[in-house]
Design a protein around this ligand. Structure first.
Ligand SMILES: CC(C)(COP(=O)(O)OP(=O)(O)OC[C@H]1O[C@@H](n2cnc3c(N)ncnc32)[C@H](O)[C@@H]1OP(=O)(O)O)[C@@H](O)C(=O)NCCC(=O)NCCS
Length: 183
């Protein structure tokens, strides 16, 4: 199991793959970070996917303070291996301490090790552009996005990736709910 630890002015952050025993802590994190949305069905569904998901937790002083999930997926008709980044959450009182960025970067390392060429995300470009994400026009989301969200659909090509096939992103069941893409 891969582990990373970074030390800064806020103390040591350990990042590791999540375990079954982390489930309650991860769920609480999403309740705290998304007070107006119920992401628990999605989070539980992703945690149950096993090898189809990279699920990382950030831990500080034995408490889960961040979580990120990458779901393996592919473009219909294409061969290139991709991953969908989401959800990502950090304990609200600990924002702006680099925890979110550390989780994203740790995830990229796992994905490169597993020969994943592309990462897709539906999120705020003002945040995700710092990692190199750019607007994705060739690969469509599993469900059509509201017009005002179009710029939020982004991707990044990891080193060694082949050129992406055009088409629609095929995702496993927890992501096949239109509300996740339209509201
Ligand atoms: C988004 C989130 C994960 C970032 O975590 P974090 O640990 O605070 O992130 P980092 O410390 O690595 O980066 C913080 C920087 O990102 C910026 N940032 C955070 N969210 C942002 C957003 N939506 N748009 C633009 N910038 C954003 C902060 O202002 C800060 O900027 P600075 O570096 O100039 O100070 C965290 O704010 C969070 O959990 N938010 C609620 C859940 C959420 O929105 N998740 C993302 C779903 S796509």
């Amino acid at each position: 199991m891969h582990k990373r630890a970074t030390t800064g002015e806020f103390g040591k952050l350990e990042i590791r793959e999540s375990r079954h025993s982390d489930a309650a802590g991860i769920e609480q994190l999403y309740v705290d970070a998304f007070p107006d949305e119920d992401l628990l069905p999605l989070v539980r569904g992703l945690l149950d996917l096993g090898q189809s998901v990279i699920s990382l937790v950030g831990i500080r002083e034995n408490v889960i303070v961040g979580h990120i999930s990458f779901t393996f997926c592919h473009v219909e008709g294409g061969k290139e291996k991709g991953a969908l980044l989401a959800p990502l959450a950090v304990t609200p009182t600990l924002h702006k301490q680099g925890i979110g960025s550390a989780l994203v970067q740790a995830g990229f390392k796992h994905l490169e090790n597993s020969k994943t060429g592309y990462v897709f995300v539906l999120g705020d470009p003002a945040y995700y552009s710092r990692f190199g994400f750019k607007a994705e026009d060739n690969v469509a989301t599993p469900y059509p996005l509201p017009t005002e969200w179009r710029g939020a659909w982004q991707s990044i090509r990891l080193c060694g990736a082949e050129v992406l096939h055009e088409g629609r992103l095929s995702v496993p069941e927890p992501w096949r709910h239109i509300a996740l893409w339209t509201s």
